[in-house]
Design a protein around this ligand. Sequence first.
Ligand SMILES: NC(=O)c1ccc[n+]([C@@H]2O[C@H](COP(=O)([O-])OP(=O)(O)OC[C@H]3O[C@@H](n4cnc5c(N)ncnc54)[C@H](OP(=O)(O)O)[C@@H]3O)[C@@H](O)[C@H]2O)c1
Length: 240
Amino acid sequence: MSESPQQVIVIGGTGGLGRAMVETLLDQFKQVQVYATYCSTEIPFRHARLSWQQLDIRDPDAIEKWAAEFNRVDWILNFAGFLHGEKGGPEKNIQALNTDFLIENIRINTLPTLLMAKHFARALKQSPAPVMATVSARVGSIEDNRLGGWYSYRISKAALNMALKTLSIEWKHSHPRGCIAALHPGTNDTPLSKPFQANVKSGNLFDPAYTASMFLKLLTQLDPSKSGNFWAWDGELIPW
Ligand SMILES: NC(=O)c1ccc[n+]([C@@H]2O[C@H](COP(=O)([O-])OP(=O)(O)OC[C@H]3O[C@@H](n4cnc5c(N)ncnc54)[C@H](OP(=O)(O)O)[C@@H]3O)[C@@H](O)[C@H]2O)c1
């Protein structure tokens, strides 16, 4: 896309990857205004071109209310996500399936992107080149599923992928200047991946700052002809 974005929303700006994305945006785009969200973590840092909004993305009314404050938004980047917490962790097998845990995965990993698309549709229409990108995960690819397990997380990311693909089809008509993207960050050293890093080969565990810079390179190359794809951090296309 030719123009630098002026107004960018980063959902999950307190996370390992989200915070790195906020810092990279502020560093690379000297005119950008970033609106980042936090939920349970305290605001990590302040900057003249950065506003923080407390938002629990499981709350549809809160998303709708916040969206009403914007006239124009250029990019919405959703970096919030859930893999393990008080409600449990990824299932090794079907006997570990727990309804509450599955629903929590859907509420954090799947639904918010749809709610953001619904409530920010008007503000995104005001942009000359709107982008909606959500961080998914390769394990959400149905074609790429070789190992099994992790039912709830895989299901929530596969459903997210379908949501993004479907939005990209609607956007051809509703937001013809725009682009929708699903992103895979590789394995990054963040609280989300911490319990699962033991088997990751050295060199395959990325610094979130590296991934954020790769994502920014990718995002600046998007245009409507590339909408509705699932991209890895390095620009590789991942099968749905
Ligand atoms: N790290 C990896 O290796 C890896 C690999 C593949 C995919 N991903 C995906 O990348 C994305 C970012 O992951 P990460 O590694 O940066 O995770 P992280 O460090 O654990 O950060 C998670 C972020 O999500 C936010 N969040 C969680 N629940 C929320 C809620 N209910 N409302 C609002 N915000 C909420 C957190 O906000 P607060 O802390 O303020 O509550 C935090 O900003 C996720 O979608 C994840 O699935 C990560």
